[in-house]
Design a protein around this ligand. Sequence first.
Ligand code: FAD
Length: 439
Amino acid sequence: MFTRRDLLKSAGIGAIALGVSSQPVFSAAEKVVKMEAMLPPPKGNRVVICGGGWAGLTVAKYLKKENPNIDVVLIEKRPNFISCPISNPWLADLVSLDFLSHDYNQPAAKYGYRFINAAVIGIERDKKRVYTPHGFIEYNYLVLAPGIRYNYAAWFKEDKEMARFTRMNFPAAFIPGSELLALKRKVHEFEEGDFIITVPPGAYRCPPAPYERACMVAEVFKRNKVKGRVIVLDPKDDIAPKGPGFRAAFEQVYLGIIEYVPKASIKEVDPVNKVIKTTAGDFKFVDANLVPPHQAGALLWMADLIAKDKEGKPTGWADQDPLTFQAKADPNVFLVGDVISGTPYPKSGHMGNSQGKIVAKIIASRIAGKEYKPTLPDNTCYSMVNGSPQEAIVINVNYEYNEKEKKITPKPKVINERSEALAKATYEWARAIYRDMFA
Ligand SMILES: Cc1cc2nc3c(=O)[nH]c(=O)nc-3n(C[C@H](O)[C@H](O)[C@H](O)COP(=O)(O)OP(=O)(O)OC[C@H]3O[C@@H](n4cnc5c(N)ncnc54)[C@H](O)[C@@H]3O)c2cc1C
């Protein structure tokens, strides 16, 4: 459980002002975090949603649609929304940054939820409080949807300086913001040699994203006549989950530009000398998009809601019910989007949006004192595999639940044959889902 001491620590305040003497003296900084309630107590039920990404935004809107009387508060640390989906085509200038950017005010004003632009710095589940630098907010139900964080410790253990160096110089760009802008600059300024993309091991955000990214980086090299190669280092035996669609693009559209290396588990990353040692050999690079392993975002760790394996070690992902998304340790908390585990669901924006609608129904029913039998989410994922002409492939997945075995099974439908029609459908999908969250 996150304690007051942890809260002060995370806000950068030492233990000196904790008030251990009979007459505590508070420093100026302590006064800032000697939290007052930020909002008046709710008249009815209040749902606080931490994280305004694909999942959190959807929960906020659909809760208000289910029941306008629920007091819905969305807390998000970014001032505006930039989409990771379609960011790969944007790398190759197939769309503008405007296409990816959206404002938080429009949906909050239209659907009547409260948007607070602040970072969540603490969670006290026993008091049902969420802390921001501006004060605390009390909740009846809490939704945690903070997305992912990078696990550089898997590469560098305790060496935080090396992690920082890597993140600054070879950003993963799997979390939107400056990293995406930096990656685009690197790709467009690249002159010659090998550009490496690492595919993370285990569960990670958007399984096809590294392969789509390889195509779009290669598209820029091809267009700019750069004498460069894009080397994709993948720990898996083969491209997952769409196989031949990407392979065909690598071998037909970007032959001689993309080199795909399977079974390349990373043994050592040396960002200073620009060498990566893998189980498939050592690779030197001129520049790189180094994507480390992923974990559930920090809020899940803060709230002590990470699943443990048989030995009691954290798995890195949320411990939630696979059908209701309710935290196993706390019936008042729901965990949604990329953070979840124990399901065959991929970590995708479409999936976060689909789950968000289910969670909104579950919470609204709970508040109304009604039973609700949760449905299953679905997923659609387009990947742009050619930039000229624009061509894409797609995977659609529905899921089936076997009550007896308590098992969710994916039923995928894959179109691996790239086409211009699917490229058009990619942008239609994006427009429709942005509209769903923002308009
Ligand atoms: C290159 C790339 C391409 C992709 N392409 C596709 C695609 O084509 N289709 C698709 O469906 N998916 C795609 N994805 C995946 C998609 O982006 C993610 O699955 C989706 O963003 C997950 O939604 P989420 O709400 O769980 O997390 P996010 O969208 O990351 O939202 C989490 C939010 O929480 C906020 N937050 C975190 N911590 C705090 C805090 N302490 N206080 C306040 N706010 C906080 C973050 O700022 C963020 O806005 C792609 C991803 C990448 C990287």
